[in-house]
Design a protein around this ligand. Structure first.
Ligand SMILES: Nc1ncnc2c1ncn2[C@@H]1O[C@H](COP(=O)(O)OP(=O)(O)OP(=O)(O)O)[C@@H](O)[C@H]1O
Ligand SMILES: [Mg+2]
Length: 286
């Protein structure tokens, strides 16, 4: 929520309601279980600033293996900023400073080379961004530069396996040499997912992966995510509460840079605890 939205929200509350238990509503303490029994990634005390403006405040959150974690919250609350910390994409943003500790399967990501990290923690963006190359080359590029294929036949196998996992093989197997930019939006997004998984990442980050897609393409991607989570740690930003409900196992609610509440998805939607989470889920702001 922007600060105007927040003022409006507080104005709707009585003076007793501006406190949650002993805490003021805008306190730092996260409600719920931010740790995971099988963490793929752990983040502790994450602060992020752009120049003098702080965008993330002391966030602690684990991403569990074999789960889809949904990040929700009003526009500008820091969801993309947090996601970009996880594969150090914020390093490439001018004036962006990240502090705190982030680990990938127990290794601090600050100790992993950026290129290796981004192969192990893949990212899929809101707008599909295929390279202006053939379908085949889009998928083959990563495995080639990471030395995952010994010969052309290995590479062909990797390309086919990635396209199959992404549910795209049947649609494109007869035209692997055509430009990927000629595919439909939903196909391009699955191609980008295939590209991410072609280098066998451990974690897949998705920033509003379906917001540019129609309902049919969206349901294809959602089914795909449910299958992929058997093998990967998935963290997805979404503005669609229905989508978070359908496919995520846990949901984390962010508000003005703070992680307000995180719990199993059903619990968050059926019994949100914090008044800010309740307000957002009831459509009072956002
Ligand atoms: N490159 C940047 N430079 C300066 N400020 C930025 C930059 N990127 C994001 N911010 C600021 O950081 C805060 C969090 O932004 P972020 O994009 O992470 O929010 P978000 O929750 O992903 O929003 P949305 O739902 O609109 O995508 C906002 O106040 C935003 O203006
Ligand atoms: Mg965003």
């Amino acid at each position: 929520m922007n600060s105007g939205g927040q003022q409006q929200f507080y104005a709707q509350l009585s003076s007793e309601q501006t406190h949650f238990g002993e805490q003021p509503l805008d306190s730092h303490q996260t409600i719920g279980e931010f740790t995971s029994d099988k963490p793929g990634m752990t983040t502790r005390h994450i602060d992020v600033s752009y120049g003098d403006v702080q965008a993330i405040f002391d966030v602690n959150l684990d991403l569990g293996e074999q789960e889809v974690l949904a990040l929700i919250g009003p526009s500008g609350c820091g969801k993309s900023t947090f996601l970009r910390c996880l594969n150090r994409m914020n390093d490439t943003v001018a004036h962006c400073k990240v502090s705190g500790e982030i680990s990938l399967h127990g290794t601090k990501i600050s100790e992993i080379e950026a290129e290796e990290l981004r192969a192990r923690v893949g990212m899929v963006f809101q707008k599909p961004n295929p390279f202006p190359k053939s379908i085949y080359e889009n998928i083959a590029y990563g495995p080639k530069i990471h030395g995952l294929a010994e010969n052309k036949s290995d590479l062909d196998d990797i390309v086919e396996a990635a396209l199959r996992k992404a549910g795209l093989w049947r649609e494109v197997s007869s035209r692997l040499d055509v430009p990927a930019t000629g595919l439909s939006g939903g196909q391009q997004q699955r191609l980008c997912i295939a590209r991410a998984i072609s280098i066998s990442p451990e974690v897949i980050l998705m920033d509003e992966p379906c917001s540019a897609l129609d309902p049919i393409a969206t349901s294809v991607i959602e089914e795909l995510m449910s299958e992929l989570k058997q093998n990967y740690t998935i963290c997805m930003v979404t503005h669609s509460m229905q989508q978070a409900k359908r496919i995520s196992d846990r949901t984390a609610y962010f508000h003005l840079g703070k992680l307000i509440e995180v719990n199993p998805t059903r619990q968050i939607f059926e019994q949100p605890v914090h008044p800010l989470t309740q307000g957002y889920l009831r459509g009072r702001f956002g």
